[in-house]
Design a protein around this ligand. Structure first.
Ligand SMILES: *[C@@H]1O[C@H](CO)[C@@H](O)[C@H](O)[C@H]1NC(C)=O
Ligand SMILES: *[C@@H]1O[C@H](CO)[C@@H](O)[C@H](O)[C@H]1NC(C)=O
Ligand SMILES: *[C@@H]1O[C@H](CO)[C@@H](O)[C@H](O)[C@H]1NC(C)=O
Length: 391
């Protein structure tokens, strides 16, 4: 399906056949991608759009590479659904962001309820990481090695890895990952990292722990599950991204959606959403080491939000009938207007970090308030993601 978009909503260039990944690459990003689920094929319009590399240049499996899927019992590995997503991506000439290895949620009970010593947990982590990454070796552009290790107040989230190894588990996980697939970009990935400083300080601490151990870490993934009315400004987002790139890392928005609450949405909330998508995508364009953007599904018919956040929804670029929304047009126009302003992303020699602007914002109370409000609205995210996997 091709969409002839007349960008009537903004005074911008006429974008004919707007195709997000093609536009993003012209604007100097490596990809514009989407999360994919094995069930996507049941919606033919959606599936057809998903499979065109001009639209999406990168896939992230929503659940298929999580621990409960890949190693449901100790030492027994299963890759069926993940294999089909990875081979579809590669035959479509798309990149894979592979997701995820060490995470407290969607863990099989043999891990979550096991009783572990430092040595036994280290060996379980090594076996899991080396088998799973080894299986997909050479096929994943990036791996989310550690996912959601932080509480919203910036402290380390309790999980079986922390319990057995203390904060050394971060470096241990990245060390095994680097050994298993030396070419993959290794990421720390979490939500609410867009709001400096409360939780983001914790992510900076994790990065520094891994670096201090002499172990490679290449990027911070900001999930970017946002809420209309609470998305920071483009400038504030850029400032935050630069805090991570100043550590010598790439950044990426890995699970972008911007939910509307309360429903029903209306013309003004849909228009606000379009502007907030522009702030998100614009901040990535503003940061030379922002690699790309992945949306967590692209139509309101397939979004995880309504089951997870009661009363919220309509978070995607396309509506329930896979028709483009104002957010799709505004993102397309933004990307089109950025064409040629950055050099093409060169994986062999990625851009170096930009200096951190010192005058933009400091850690103020209002930033903290924003962060806390957002945090409150996302606490249920991961347990609901777990529920989703069984659906
Ligand atoms: C941070 O939040 C967690 C989870 O709510 C809580 O258990 C912990 O006590 C908090 N730590 C601080 C220092 O407030
Ligand atoms: C940007 O950050 C400043 C300083 O923390 C804050 O006062 C302001 O409200 C933020 N604006 C947005 C839209 O995020
Ligand atoms: C549109 O929805 C928002 C909430 O998302 C609400 O605050 C606003 O009053 C609504 N506007 C109209 C015109 O209904």
């Amino acid at each position: 399906m091709k969409f002839a978009i007349l960008t009537g909503i903004v005074a911008g260039p006429l974008v004919v056949l707007a195709q997000l990944n093609a536009l993003a690459k012209d604007a100097g990003l490596l990809y514009f991608g989407t999360a994919v689920s094995p069930s996507d094929s049941s919606d033919s319009a959606y599936y057809k759009y998903e499979n065109d590399v001009k639209n999406f240049g990168q896939y992230t499996p929503d659940n298929a590479q999580k621990w409960d899927a890949t190693e449901p019992s100790k030492g027994r590995f299963s890759y069926g659904q993940a294999d089909s997503i990875v081979s579809r991506a590669l035959s479509n000439k798309m990149l894979m962001r592979c997701h995820t290895l060490v995470w407290y949620s969607q863990l099989p009970s043999w891990v979550s309820s096991g009783s572990w010593t430092k040595d036994s947990m280290t060996s379980v982590m090594e076996s899991h990481i080396s088998n799973v990454m080894g299986h997909f070796k050479g096929k994943c552009y990036a791996w989310d090695v550690v996912n959601e290790a932080l509480e919203d107040n910036g402290s380390y989230r309790q999980n079986p890895f922390l319990k057995a190894l203390g904060d050394s588990y971060f470096a241990v996980a990245f060390k095994f990952a680097a050994a298993a697939d030396p070419a993959a970009k290794l990421y720390y990935n979490d939500y609410n990292l867009e709001y400096f400083p409360v939780k983001a300080d914790g992510a900076v601490r994790i990065v520094k722990l891994v670096q201090a151990a002499g172990v490679p870490i290449h990027g911070v993934g900001l999930q970017a599950h946002m809420t209309v009315g609470r998305t920071p400004s483009r400038e504030n987002l850029t400032w935050t991204l630069n805090k991570y790139t100043a550590l010598g890392l790439d950044v990426a928005y890995t699970e972008l959606d911007i939910r509307i609450k309360p429903l029903p949405s209306n013309a003004s909330s849909i228009e606000a959403q379009a502007k907030e998508y522009v702030a998100m995508v614009g901040s990535c364009l503003d940061v030379p080491r922002c690699v790309g953007i992945t949306v967590w599904g692209f139509s309101d018919a397939h979004s995880w939000i309504p089951q997870t956040f009661s009363g919220a929804g309509d978070s995607c670029l396309f509506d329930k009938s896979t028709k483009p929304k104002p957010a799709f047009s505004s993102v397309s126009s933004l990307l089109a207007s950025a064409s040629g302003k950055r050099p093409p992303w060169n994986t062999a020699s990625p851009p170096t970090g930009a200096p951190v602007p010192t005058t933009m914002i400091t850690a103020t109370t209002s930033a903290a308030v924003t962060s806390t409000a957002a945090a409150t609205s996302t606490v249920a995210a991961t347990s609901a993601a777990a529920t989703k996997s069984t659906a």
